[in-house]
Design a protein around this ligand. Structure first.
Ligand code: RP5
Length: 169
């Protein structure tokens, strides 16, 4: 978001990840959270990826989100270079729907956690909400927005249930 200092840094391994990662950007925008988004690869641009992670904290970022697929090392490499929380989004791939990405991202060695979401758009959406939840620990305005968000979700389910009850009555 232009003009404001980003609090969340999103990084993805390829522009082919963007159609899914866009959901994260939309989610953060919905909560009014400023973010930056970059394409940086653990394998193709390792130096830039490491530099981005190393400088993230002093540039004011508070939560990092990393999306990658296949041998999905990006989130782990980012986590290796920072003490900021790193949320990972495994991208779906041609191998078992992205099981390779999920395992690469989630099977981190002790001491270097990556907070791994599910594959697919719900994972990308949850990455945004998880980042907001972390920021909300020190931001009452965001905490209130999260409570409203949960109420809205519950309201939608109740509405669907009412519709179903009508349909079967
Ligand atoms: C990963 O390899 C990327 O994150 C992407 O999910 C996957 C394929 O990349 P492209 O070949 O489409 O650039 O590094």
């Amino acid at each position: 978001m232009a003009g404001k200092k980003p609090l969340v840094g999103i990084v993805m391994g390829s522009d082919s990840d963007w159609p899914v990662v866009k959901e994260t950007a939309v989610g953060l925008k919905d909560f009014g959270v400023e973010f930056e988004v970059r394409i940086l690869s653990a394998h193709r641009t390792p130096d830039e990826a490491g530099k981005w992670a190393k400088t993230a904290e002093r540039r004011g970022l508070r939560v990092l989100i990393a999306a990658a697929g296949k041998a999905a090392h990006l989130a782990g490499v980012i986590a290796a270079h920072t003490t900021l929380p790193v949320i990972g989004i495994p991208m779906e791939s041609s191998l078992a729907g992205g099981l390779d990405s999920l395992l690469s991202m989630t099977q981190m060695p002790g001491g270097i956690p990556v907070l791994t979401m599910s594959t697919g758009k719900s994972g990308a959406q949850n990455a945004a909400i998880a980042a907001v939840q972390i920021l909300a620990l020190a931001d009452e305005r965001l905490a209130a927005k999260l409570k409203t968000f949960k109420k809205t979700l519950a309201g939608k389910v109740r509405q669907r249930d009412r519709r179903l009850q009508k349909e079967i009555s």
